[in-house]
Design a protein around this ligand. Structure first.
Ligand SMILES: Cc1ncc(COP(=O)(O)O)c(C=O)c1O
Length: 462
């Protein structure tokens, strides 16, 4: 194959390959092997076979400029003018110091458990069966039990049937906003908040209303005012290790927010994306403390199990659950049973708990390494708080910093960070960076901070 590929690379397009019989003799390979190699080359688009005539180097068609201008009129104005690809999802060359990504490095994943679970699942009926729309019953039960084990005695925990499995919580957010809020209706969100939630809200056509949120969450009276002024019936929030700020609501603050939500007959859409990434704190979801159907709970395994095992759950009760399930069915019918079986295998394996116990200290090391590096080499980058969990530092930059220019300068010098602007539903009230400490090579945090510090100093000479 390699030899033929070299030959093809230097041959003119349309050149005829030697016959199968010649290739068999030349490579002392069987006809079956030669046919297999040729089939692969055809599949790779390098050669084309003309039955009864032979195999030929693929004719390269001359490039011509295409005119798609008619689509402008057919499509009309775009729904959104936001950047199409957000920084957290960018893939960058291996030698870049990557502080931008939202996804943990492989060394933080339960690699052995994931590989073994796929092997077991490949031998099971999961590769053939269609799971129910709401999810594999055992996986529904696992998600429900996660909440039940931390629910106070007086609270009725959710049933497995209250759980709907999604292919990632991004998909869960899209459906939840569509089902429970709907086009033109208001949705309160923390500001700043997860850009993907803003994108999902925009897709669902809902009207996003920002509510400022600090290190302990939103101020209850401000939230109450926003409910009253807008008539909103839903509030999207991350009570634990929020992306991007790392904020965690205290239990009394969480109680007050729940009270406000209940008083306004509204839903709290609780996004528990970092449930498995506690460092100094084990998060207790608000959903475990509510049995009145006001909390719609999202829990994702994408980042803690594997970005390839894209499994999450939405837990909802009453008619809200029925509406979400009905929309989920319309959207995707069901989530791959194979991935559900793999996720279930991993989270019910004794090694999963062991893995999680080791994860907190490793995240703590990385977080502290980045904090120290910033303090030493980039004192103008000031983290708003030391997060007690999650994967990110949210850092304030000096006033009048041109964040876009800072990002460009850093990238040119080999570091990529995420501009804070992407997390604000409105105009950013200041200059911020989000720095993720779960990426590859924490040994390079010092160099990364040095580059950011230098680029920032270039904008603010003493
Ligand atoms: C706050 C928050 N919610 C939801 C998601 C999406 O999760 P998933 O990967 O399960 O779609 C992310 C991913 O970055 C996130 O940060």
């Amino acid at each position: 194959m390699a030899d033929l590929r070299d030959w093809i690379a230097s041959a003119p397009s349309g050149a005829k390959l030697p016959s199968t019989r010649t290739l068999v003799a030349r490579y002392t390979a069987s006809p079956v092997t030669v046919q297999k190699a040729l089939r692969t080359l055809v599949a790779q688009g390098l050669v084309e076979s003309r039955p009864g005539v032979g195999t030929f180097v693929r004719v390269v068609r001359p490039a011509r400029s295409a005119d798609y201008s008619w689509q402008t009129a057919a499509l009309g104005t775009p729904r959104s003018r936001r950047a199409q690809l957000f920084t957290s999802l960018r893939t960058v060359p291996n030698d870049t110091i990557a502080l931008h990504s939202g996804y943990p490095d492989r060394e933080l994943l339960p690699v052995r458990l994931v590989r073994a679970a796929f092997t077991r699942a490949a031998r099971s009926d999961a590769v053939l069966d269609r799971p129910p729309t709401a999810g594999l019953p055992e996986l529904q039960a696992w998600f429900a039990t996660e909440l039940a084990t931390v629910a106070p005695a007086a609270v009725m925990p959710p049933m497995p049937s209250d759980v709907i499995v999604f292919a990632g919580s991004q998909s869960g957010l899209n459906t939840t906003f569509q089902s429970l809020v709907g086009p033109g209706r208001p949705l309160l969100v923390e500001s700043p908040t997860y850009w993907g939630a803003l994108m999902a809200a925009e897709r669902a056509g809902v009207r996003v209303i920002p509510v400022p949120s600090g290190p302990h969450g939103p101020r209850p009276e401000e939230l109450a005012r926003a409910f009253e002024q807008t008539g909103a019936r839903a509030f999207y929030a991350q009570p634990h290790f929020a992306n991007p700020t790392g904020a965690q609501w205290t239990p009394p603050a969480a109680d007050r927010v729940l009270e406000v939500v209940r008083e306004h007959g509204a839903f709290l859409v609780e996004d528990d994306w970092a449930h498995d990434f506690g460092i100094e704190s084990v998060p207790v979801p608000l959903a475990a403390r509510d049995d009145s159907g006001h909390v719609i709970y999202l829990r994702s395994l994408t980042k803690s199990v594997s970005p390839s095992v894209r499994i999450a759950a939405v837990v909802a009760r009453g008619p809200a659950r029925d509406r979400i399930l009905s929309d989920a069915q319309a959207e995707s019918m069901y989530v791959s049973g194979l991935l559900q079986a793999v996720a279930l295998d991993i989270v019910t394996h004794p090694g999963w708990r062991t893995h999680l116990r080791g994860l907190g200290p490793r995240l703590a090391n990385r977080r502290d390494l980045l904090l120290t590096a910033l303090r030493e080499h980039a004192p103008g980058v000031v983290p708003e708080l030391v997060p007690r969990g999650g994967l990110n530092l949210w850092a304030r930059l000096p006033e009048r910093t041109d964040v876009a220019r800072l990002i460009r300068d850093c990238e040119a010098a080999g570091v990529i960070a995420a501009p804070g602007d992407e997390w604000f539903p409105g105009e950013p009230p200041g200059a911020y960076l989000r720095l993720n400490y779960s990426g590859p090579n924490p040994g390079a945090f010092g160099d990364g901070a040095r580059i950011i510090g230098r680029a920032l100093a270039g904008q603010h000479p003493e």
